[in-house]
Structures are given as structure tokens and as C-alpha cells.
Design a binder for this molecule. Structure first.
Ligand SMILES: C[S@@+](CC[C@H](N)C(=O)[O-])C[C@H]1O[C@@H](n2cnc3c(N)ncnc32)[C@H](O)[C@@H]1O
Length: 340
């Protein structure tokens, strides 16, 4: 989700594309489904409202899990499961399950996270430079104070698609020599200065760099890649994979994965050995174009503006059992995962 204008719904999260997600997930009575990004429970409530399902609610953020436990206290069909969706298979196995009928993911951060200054995700609210969804591991302050100028430039360039990535990295490294970074607004000001100020820009100059840092701190592309191949292994034939992304890199990863797994990747087939070309598709994609929010949703919730929904049906074919990076060649993804 984007950092849009300050949320009109502070202390809550407005679920994005929720009707479309539930339509794609198509829960039926008796199904077992996974919400890999419980967040504020918006998707979970919507799915539980339409059918009598068992819903496993995963989130890596302990505060989201507190909400999930409170929700489960009122609805025993929800089973909270703290952890990362990249570890979906292990989480299910620990619960004594191998297969499920549906997996939904709503990537990025929730309004609860962005709006809480102490979490350090926002360039508009002063707080500690943290950005860790899980509240453990290296923080954004560790990244900007310790990574080399080249590493920072790569992060801003690849994950933020920031044209001024080198200038931002140079200014950060120059400034940290005299005073390490500790606060969000301090970093936002330095980035703004590096990019020549705010004049004439539709969004805050720190938008892309903050997004890139958040994605790096939480290894978000790595998590997505692991979740896709895990979902391929745990979904039953006919099971549904439904993913909402907010970033072009993530949408590209999902699109390329589904294109290749559904046997529709013309670029890939020339380079792959014959065995890979003849592999039966593990997913069927019924709707090739990503679904986007309509005008009414955008007017009510500007933070939905870059949301893209893609979904697919699991076929009966075995999982390809192959790291998706082997065939995907996303620029920088391999190095990035190495760095993270
Ligand atoms: C956009 S919010 C989801 C909102 C939810 N769909 C709703 O309707 O309330 C994304 C959530 O995913 C969680 N998250 C992000 N990456 C994750 C990961 N790798 N594993 C588990 N949870 C993750 C975040 O902590 C956040 O709570």
C-alpha cells in the first residue's frame, strides 16, 4: 500500500480491492484458506462473511497478530498463525496441514503500520528510523548508516526505481560521516535536498527511497518469490492463488511467475531445456490483465492507487519444484536477494 495523504481512517486499515479479492478467492463452505497478510483483518472478515470456511491468518507483525487473536476470540473459524508468508509451507506443516483451497496475499504495509510514527515507516511523521514489520533484524537506520554508497544506490535504483538513486546515496553517506541517522524526518530532509527539493513534484521526493528501504529491510521481494513457489506446492488442484501488489516490481514478479507456470511465456521457452518446455502448467490464468481499483474506490481511498490484483487456479499438474529465479532473470533480483 502507498503512503498517500494522511489516512482519513486513522487507527484503521481500509482494505483495497476487497470485493474483487473475495470474488477471485471464491470461498465455499468447508474450504480451508490462508490469508497470508492478516493486517487489519479486512480480507479475513470479508472471506469469513461469505462462506463457512476455516481461515489461517498469517502476519509477521506482532501487532497485527494481536488483532488476529482478538478476532479469533469472536470467531473460532479464524486460526491466527504468526510468521512470514514465505514460510507458508512450514507454517502449515506445523499445524498438521499440507494442502489448502486458497491463498490470498495483500502485499506491503497496512495503514496501522504507516500511520504509527513509532514504527518508522513514514517520511511524513517523525519517528525512529525503524521500518521492521517483525520488530527484529536490521532496521532502516542500520541500512542507511552501514551499507556502502554503492549498495544504497542499488537499493534505491532497483527497489525504488529512483532516478536520482546515486545522488541520494551520496548525500546519505556524506551526512552520516558527521551524524548517523536515527529519525525518519531527518532522512526525508536529506533525500529531499539530494533530489533538489519539492517544487513541482506531485509526490514527496522521499517516497521512492523510503519504499525501497522498507522493501529491503523486510526482504519483501524475497518473501514474495518464496510465497509463490510455496503456494504452488500447498494449493490443491482447483485451489486459488490471489495476490494484490502495490509496486511494479512485485506485480512483474507475480505476472512472470503466473505466465511461466501457466505455459504462456514465449520469451522463456527459447532459453529453456526441452524438459522445461514440455512441463504441464501448474496454474491456469483465466484473466490475463491485472485488475485495478475503479474510480469510486480511488476517490474513497487514494492509497489504493497502485494496487493490482492477479489470480490463478492451481491445476492438477505437479509443482515445478524450481526456484523461479532460474527462469525469470529479473534485473538485480538475484544480487538483491544475496544482499538481503
Ligand atoms: C496491506 S496489509 C494487509 C491488510 C489486510 N488485507 C486487511 O484487509 O486488513 C499487509 C500486511 O502484511 C503483513 N506482511 C507483509 N509482509 C509479510 C510477510 N512476508 N509475511 C507475513 N506478513 C507480512 C504486514 O505486516 C501487514 O500487516
Amino acid at each position: 500500500m502507498n503512503e498517500g495523504p494522511v489516512s482519513p481512517h486513522a487507527g484503521s486499515h481500509v482494505p483495497v480491492l476487497v470485493e474483487e479479492v473475495i470474488h477471485a478467492l471464491a470461498p465455499v463452505n468447508g474450504a480451508v484458506m490462508v490469508d497470508g497478510t492478516y493486517g487489519g483483518g479486512g480480507y479475513a472478515r470479508a472471506a469469513l462473511a461469505v462462506a463457512n470456511i476455516t481461515l489461517i491468518g498469517i502476519d509477521r507483525d506482532p501487532e497485527a497478530m494481536e488483532r488476529a487473536w482478538a478476532h479469533a476470540g469472536k470467531d473460532s473459524r479464524l486460526i491466527p498463525a504468526p510468521g512470514r508468508f514465505g514460510e507458508l509451507e512450514q507454517i502449515l506443516r506445523a499445524m498438521g496441514r499440507d494442502q489448502v483451497d486458497g491463498v490470498m496475499l495483500d502485499l506491503g504495509v497496512s495503514s496501522f503500520q504507516i500511520d504509527e510514527a513509532q514504527r518508522g515507516f513514514s517520511f511524513m511523521r517523525d519517528g525512529p528510523l525503524d521500518m521492521r514489520m517483525e520488530k527484529k533484524g536490521p532496521s532502516a537506520a542500520d541500512a542507511v548508516n552501514r551499507l556502502t554508497e554503492g549498495e544504497l544506490a542499488d537499493i534505491f535504483h532497483i527497489l525504488g526505481e529512483e532516478h536520482g538513486a546515486r545522488r541520494v546515496a551520496r548525500e546519505i553517506v556524506h551526512r552520516r560521516r558527521s551524524k548517523p541517522f536515527e529519525r525518519t524526518l531527518d532522512l526525508a530532509e536529506v533525500i529531499e535536498k539530494a533530489l533538489g527539493g519539492r517544487r513541482g513534484k506531485p509526490t514527496h521526493p522521499a517516497t521512492r527511497s523510503f519504499q525501497a528501504l522498507r522493501m529491503w529491510v523486510n526482504d519483501e521481494t524475497g518473501e514474495l518469490v518464496r510465497a509463490l513457489t510455496a503456494a504452488e506446492r500447498v494449493l490443491k488442484p482447483g485451489g486459488r492463488l490471489v495476490i494484490v501488489t502495490f509496486h511494479s516490481i512485485e506485480d512483474r514478479i507475480v505476472k512472470l511467475f503466473l505466465r511461466s507456470r501457466s505455459g504462456n511465456d514465449p520469451g522463456l521457452s527459447r532459453h529453456l531445456p526441452r524438459s522445461a518446455k514440455s512441463r504441464p502448467p501448474s496454474f491456469e490464468v483465466l484473466q490475463r490483465r491485472a485488475i485495478e481499483p475503479g474510480e469510486r474506490e480511488l476517490a474513497a481511498n487514494p492509497r489504493a492507487r497502485s494496487a493490482r490484483l492477479r489470480w490463478a487456479l492451481r491445476t492438477e499438474a505437479p509443482a515445478w519444484d524450481e526456484d523461479m529465479n532460474d527462469g525469470f532473470r529479473l534485473p538485480g533480483l538475484k544480487q538483491l536477494e544475496g544482499a538481503a
